[in-house]
Write a protein that binds this ligand. Sequence first.
Ligand SMILES: Nc1ncnc2c1ncn2[C@@H]1O[C@H](COP(=O)(O)OP(=O)(O)OP(=O)(O)O)[C@@H](O)[C@H]1O
Ligand SMILES: [Mg+2]
Length: 339
Amino acid sequence: MRILGIETSCDETGVAIYDDENGLLAHQLYSQVKLHADYGGVVPELASRDHVKKTIPLIKAALKEANLTQQDIDGVAFTAGPGLVGALLVGATIGRSLAYAWNVPAVPVHHMEGHLLAPMLEEKAPAFPFVALLVSGGHTLLVDVKGMGDYTILGESIDDAAGEAFDKTAKLMGLDYPGGPRLAKLAENGVAGRFTFPRPMTDRPGLDMSFSGLKTFAANTIRANDDDEQTRADIAFAFQQAVVDTLAIKCKRALKETGHKRLVIAGGVSANVYLREQLAEMMSAMHGEVFYPRNEFCTDNGAMIAYAGMQRLKNGETLDLGVKAHPRWPIDQLTAIKA
Ligand SMILES: Nc1ncnc2c1ncn2[C@@H]1O[C@H](COP(=O)(O)OP(=O)(O)OP(=O)(O)O)[C@@H](O)[C@H]1O
Ligand SMILES: [Mg+2]
């Protein structure tokens, strides 16, 4: 069985084809980063309009890449939320219409379930159960994953998402949008120990997180110090270290609480090398293992939507003739899929 997956929830248009026997057959991605760069962030209306232009050409390109025609597709999955409503509506309308025209089921997919399941596309895929740390531009979630679709939220950020904190701090440092990866690059030359940022909400029990204070701390540190390249790198390093340390402390607590031995990290920030290194070290000390997607599947992509869509299609979760888009949609409202 083969499914086409469409992702348009934010500023990436992603399309992929997944085969339940042969795995991923094609994936195409168009990033709108340049379109939004002048504004320092995503402009929703521009995002929607660009998805309108790019989605159909990418679907054609994916079919060509896989050497398939529309007759070979058994279902169409699309991101139904959470995300920007206008952007979601583009993928939902195209996905639903194509499924109707091709006479195959349409499958609505939860964007964060897509991120959470992205490591399943790798050779080293995690077995259930595990703890998932979802760290992206819009979300910071710790999830107890007992099985496919069986999600309990253990903790989340009460303010900025981890990726958002990276982006906002990068902006304060004068780095271009999207700042997260640029700040991480700057931190590579940073020296440990010169600055110490707080580890928010780690001094009390619980698994919720807070990252907006780090941005303020960064602003004050930048103001109080010289603007030479080494100082900038040292500040970037200290900021990154504080975010990563905080995430690691919360992951360790979540693993202890659930008793799970496997940790999955996904979403854009899971591409962060320092985060991966620190969590790998922590998991090895705990006799466990950490799993993450390849870099290109950490940020938004169609492959994760096609994969999640296949699981939902096999579970019979198809859509009637309406178009569905949910800008807000908690991940724990999904139904568990029996193995
Ligand atoms: N190496 C890195 N270090 C830190 N942050 C990174 C790195 N690479 C990407 N990011 C951050 O990841 C985020 C983008 O990830 P992603 O595409 O998953 O988020 P999103 O789709 O915008 O949000 P959501 O999935 O919550 O709707 C940005 O905030 C970006 O700065
Ligand atoms: Mg995303």
